[in-house]
Design a binder for this molecule. Sequence first.
Ligand SMILES: Nc1ncnc2c1ncn2[C@@H]1O[C@H](COP(=O)(O)OP(=O)(O)OP(=O)(O)O)[C@@H](O)[C@H]1O
Length: 256
Amino acid sequence: MYIEINNLSKSFVQKEGDFKALQNISLHINQGEFISLLGPSGCGKSTLLNIVAGFEKADSGSVSIDGIEVTAPSSKYVTIFQNYGLLPWRNVIKNVELGLETIIKSKLERNKIAKKYVELVGLEEFEKRHPHELSGGMQQRVSIARALAVNPDIIYMDEPFGALDNMTRYKMQNDIYRIAKSQQKTVIFVTHDIEEAVYLSDRIVIMSSNPGEIKKIIKVELPSDRDRTSEEFVDIRGKVFEAFNMKIDKNVEYMI
Ligand SMILES: Nc1ncnc2c1ncn2[C@@H]1O[C@H](COP(=O)(O)OP(=O)(O)OP(=O)(O)O)[C@@H](O)[C@H]1O
């Protein structure tokens, strides 16, 4: 097993007393798997991701990756934050080169790698632009290119598309799905969007809150060319709704 999360618990001290953000979370993830953490606000999705990424410490339990216990963030795994974190004074290429500066000495080599990833996210025509000259979706693509350029084994994403409009969001979901699968990345993706989780995931981990626990794990056995309007897709979406005890009428026309 690649990522092993064993019996994690975490409480926070709040005004009203101790708050159990996570309770007995165990989850085993295979290499190359796309896992979504799905659940209502406050169920501990970000806390879990932050512990797995090494940004936060659990009260009890453990996380190991490839047999090695996680005690701090590692440059092998990259987090793409929701805010794009681009440097405004750098153009697209220079932003993508950022993470490479500590690991690759040759300027030429850095530039070559950055160009490859800018192309991968479809921004080759915009490589000389600065962040303020780009749309939100384009900025997010730059931050994805920057994260991928260092060739991480695992990608952690915490609601990366939350701020985007629907159409841009769909486009970004297509992009990240294609990239993750073609490069066999292991991804842990936090979202509260049911459809997004179905579209992207191999498995959806459904969490409930207070205390934050794993309620159910749903396997998404859909082909790699996923169609949001297909019967199979709608079926799995229905299963997820069911897990949240929300009914859905399968015959409702699908609209955007
Ligand atoms: N540093 C902290 N101090 C106190 N309480 C915290 C802290 N961090 C998180 N919490 C609490 O722990 C719970 C889980 O928070 P978390 O951010 O992990 O939830 P989430 O599922 O990611 O929510 P959202 O979808 O709104 O981002 C929340 O009730 C939150 O208020």
